[in-house]
Design a protein around this ligand. Structure first.
Ligand SMILES: NC(=O)c1ccc[n+]([C@@H]2O[C@H](COP(=O)([O-])OP(=O)(O)OC[C@H]3O[C@@H](n4cnc5c(N)ncnc54)[C@H](O)[C@@H]3O)[C@@H](O)[C@H]2O)c1
Length: 344
C-alpha cells in the first residue's frame, strides 16, 4: 500500500496511543504498542487493544537494551511520556528518563532500522513568561477576547516546565538525528486533546476529568489566576488528531522534517468556567465548584494554537468543536461508568 506498513506506537495504551492504534489498524496498518502501564487507565485500554489483536510490549521505554530488541518497524509514533506538566516538578528523574531518554532510545532504533518517526510534542514547549505576557490582567479578569494565536515561531526560550523542556529537548534531538543520519521525522506540538479513552486527572486531561466529576457528582476547583476559571485552552478532538496523523503517514515520502502547531483552534477554545456550563448542559448535573487562588509556577493563562501551517500543508482542519468533544467523551464515560470507576 504505502512505504509504511508496520507501525510501533510507544505509550500505545495511553489515551492518544490507544485511539491511534485502533484507528490505524482499521486503515490497514500492522500495529504494535509499547507501554508499561504507568498511567492509571492504560491497563483498561490494553484490554481493548488485545481484543482488537494489537500486541503490546510491556517494557519501560527508558530501558534501551530491551527496546532495541523489538522487531523492526517502518515507522515509530512516539506517544510515550509522563504527560502531566505538574508531575515534572516532583518526579524529575522519571520524567527525564521517560520523556527524553525514551525519545533518544526511539531515535537509536529508528536509525538502526532505517525507519521514520512521528513525535508527539506539546504546546508546552513555549515560554511560560511570554504566554503570561500576552494576556494582561484585564483580559484574564474579563475572560479572553483576544485574537492572539500561538504559531511555531513563538518564544521557546526561558522556563517552560521540566515537562516542556523534555519535549523541546526531544525535538532538538530528533532534528539532529534528521540532519546527521537522514532520518525522516515529523513533530506535532499538540495543545490539549480530549475524547473517549482519556482517563482525566487533576493535572492532565481536564475535559475528561470535568465530565467525570459532573457524572459522579463530585466537586471541582478552579485553581490559579484568582480561582475564577478564566484560563483558556483550545481542545482538539482525538478523531481530528487521528485524521491528521493518517494524512502525515501517507504523505511522509513527500512531506517530512517539519514541525507543526496543532490544536482545536478557533472552533474549540474554552475557559474552565464555560466548560462547567457545557458539562452541566450535557450531563444535566450541577456540582460544587471551589476556588483556589494560588497559581502554580507551571500554569499558563491562555493557549490557542495557530493551525495555519498544518492546515495549509495537509488541507486538514479540525472538524469537531468543543460541544462534540464533551458529548463524545461523556457518552464513553457514561456508557462504561461501572468499569471505569476503579481507574478514575
Ligand atoms: N493529551 C494531551 O492533551 C496531550 C497534549 C499535548 C501533547 N501530548 C503528548 O502526547 C503523548 C500521549 O499523551 P496521552 O494524553 O495519550 O498520555 P497518556 O498518559 O494517556 O499516555 C502515555 C502512555 O505512556 C505510558 N508510559 C509512561 N511512562 C512510560 C515508560 N517509562 N515506558 C513505557 N510506557 C510508559 C503510560 O502508561 C501511558 O499509557 C505524550 O507524549 C504527551 O506528552 C498529549
Amino acid at each position: 500500500m504505502y512505504n509504511i506498513m508496520k507501525i510501533l506506537i510507544t505509550g500505545g495504551c495511553g489515551f492518544i496511543g490507544t485511539n491511534l492504534s485502533l484507528f490505524l489498524k482499521k486503515k490497514g496498518f500492522k500495529i504494535n504498542t509499547v507501554d508499561n502501564f504507568k498511567r492509571k487507565g492504560s491497563k483498561y485500554n490494553s484490554k481493548i487493544l488485545r481484543r482488537n489483536k494489537i500486541k503490546n510490549f510491556n517494557l519501560n521505554i527508558a530501558n534501551n537494551t530491551k527496546f532495541q530488541k523489538l522487531p523492526r518497524f517502518d515507522l515509530i509514533i512516539d506517544c510515550c511520556a509522563e504527560a502531566a506538566v505538574e508531575v515534572s516538578k516532583n518526579e524529575i528523574d522519571r520524567v527525564f528518563n521517560t520523556n527524553l531518554v525514551g525519545t533518544f532510545n526511539v531515535l537509536k532504533k529508528v536509525k538502526k532500522d532505517k525507519s521514520k518517526i512521528i513525535f508527539l510534542s506539546s504546546s508546552r514547549v513555549y515560554s511560560i513568561n511570554h504566554l503570561n505576557e500576552i494576556i494582561n490582567k484585564k483580559v484574564i479578569k474579563n475572560e479572553l477576547r483576544t485574537r492572539n494565536k500561538i504559531d511555531e515561531n513563538f518564544n521557546t526560550s526561558k522556563p517552560k516546565s521540566i515537562y516542556g523542556f523534555t519535549k523541546l529537548a526531544s525535538e532538538m534531538l530528533i532534528e539532529e538525528f534528521g540532519y546527521a543520519f537522514k532520518i525522516k521525522y515529523l513533530i506535532n506540538r499538540f495543545g490539549a486533546t480530549s475524547g473517549p479513552l482519556q482517563f482525566g486527572k487533576q493535572d492532565q486531561g481536564f475535559v475528561s476529568l470535568w465530565i467525570w466529576r459532573h457524572l459522579t457528582q463530585k466537586k471541582i476547583s478552579y485553581i490559579g489566576y484568582g480561582g475564577k476559571g478564566y484560563q483558556i485552552r483550545d481542545v482538539l478532538h482525538i478523531k481530528d488528531l487521528c485524521d491528521l496523523i493518517y494524512l502525515q503517514i501517507v504523505n511522509m515520502d513527500k512531506i517530512y522534517n517539519k514541525t507543526f502547531n496543532v490544536g482545536g483552534g478557533k472552533k474549540s477554545y474554552i475557559s474552565l468556567k464555560n466548560l462547567t456550563k457545557i458539562c452541566q448542559n450535557i450531563t444535566g448535573k450541577k456540582i460544587d465548584v471551589f476556588a483556589q487562588n494560588s497559581t502554580s509556577i507551571y500554569d499558563i493563562p491562555y493557549y490557542i494554537s495557530n493551525n495555519s501551517k498544518v492546515e495549509r500543508t495537509y488541507r486538514w482542519k479540525p472538524k469537531n468543536n468543543i460541544f462534540d468533544i464533551v458529548r463524545d467523551t461523556y457518552k464513553w464515560l457514561e456508557t462504561n461508568k461501572k468499569n471505569l470507576k476503579k481507574y478514575l
